[in-house]
Design a binder for this molecule. Structure first.
Ligand SMILES: [Zn+2]
Ligand SMILES: [Zn+2]
Length: 279
């Protein structure tokens, strides 16, 4: 069977991406993507526009979301939900609850950045986000670049905003239990986003995968634009061992801000079951 160009993780202006949902669809289509999921952070607001645009160009579209959860000792882990019903009220309420915490966190992040000489960060980040409920670290990063403190948004995280750096504020997101309940309850498939990006030991990682599976989680991003190439074989091995479906995910945020453009990923390693075979 010929592999299809599936890309099951990206962001629009409805969360911290740079392109509107319809623009994202046009770019995906131009890049040869055949199956796309929009997975904004804790938001479903872009799905209707994206689906309409996808129908217009004949691109298969999957309703998605990326849910932030707190795990273990102050880690944030992202769980992608694919094929969810955007009208599901429990999912909608849960995401609204997560978003309501973002504005308070943004205020605390700005206060921390102010102490190290980066002033006006709340207003600056809000200008990029457009909505207080959506302010994220990526919006702060764009402001820090704008003020000349870093050359690009990727290097911002080396000095600020990451755990242990100024501007980092720990935050209680949803629990793994909540996220799986909402995604599965809304008819979706839960997938661990960019598994290589968490600062977890091997043992802690296995604990996460095990708990995720016990709660009904079914997939991991074996290919992700936001993790290193040498991790692919490791996550392919884990997918086989845990019986996880494999996802292929650019995590595209916008031109110039992402490592990989929409759909520009290698094929999944042999012998894995693509998550899109179940969508
Ligand atoms: Zn993520
Ligand atoms: Zn993402």
């Amino acid at each position: 069977m010929k592999p299809i160009n599936a890309d099951l993780h990206c962001h629009s202006t409805v969360s911290d991406g740079l392109l509107a949902p319809a623009e994202l669809i046009q770019r995906a289509h131009a890049n040869g993507v055949e199956l796309l999921a929009l997975t904004d952070h804790d938001e479903l607001g872009g799905l209707a526009e994206a689906r309409a645009a996808a129908d217009e160009v004949g691109l298969r579209f999957v309703d998605g979301v990326e849910v932030s959860i707190s795990w273990g000792d102050d880690q944030t882990v992202h769980i992608v939900g694919l094929g969810i019903d955007p009208a599901n009220p429990v999912l909608g309420d849960g995401l609204r609850q997560i978003r309501s915490g973002r504005d308070a966190r943004a205020g605390l992040m700005a206060a921390e950045l102010d102490k190290v000489g980066i002033h006006g960060a709340y207003e600056g980040a809000l200008r990029y986000a457009g909505n207080p409920a959506l302010v994220s670290r990526a919006h702060f990063a764009r402001y820090i670049v704008e003020r000349g403190h870093a050359k690009d948004t990727k290097s911002v995280f080396d000095h600020w905003l990451a755990k242990g750096k100024p501007g980092y504020v720990s935050h209680a997101w949803a629990t793994l239990d909540d996220a799986l309940g909402w995604i599965v309850g809304a008819g979706g498939i839960a997938v661990i986003a960019h598994p290589g990006r968490y600062r977890l030991s091997r043992t802690e990682r296995r604990e996460l995968f095990g708990a995720f599976k016990d709660l009904g989680g079914r997939g991991i991003e074996v290919l992700s634009g936001s993790q290193k190439d040498d991790e692919v074989s490791e996550f392919a091995r884990i997918a086989r061992e845990f019986g996880f479906l494999a996802s292929r995910a650019s995590d595209f945020h916008g031109p110039g801000e992402s490592w990989i453009d929409l759909g520009r990923l290698p094929n999944l390693p042999e012998g894995l079951i693509p998550v899109w075979s179940q969508l």
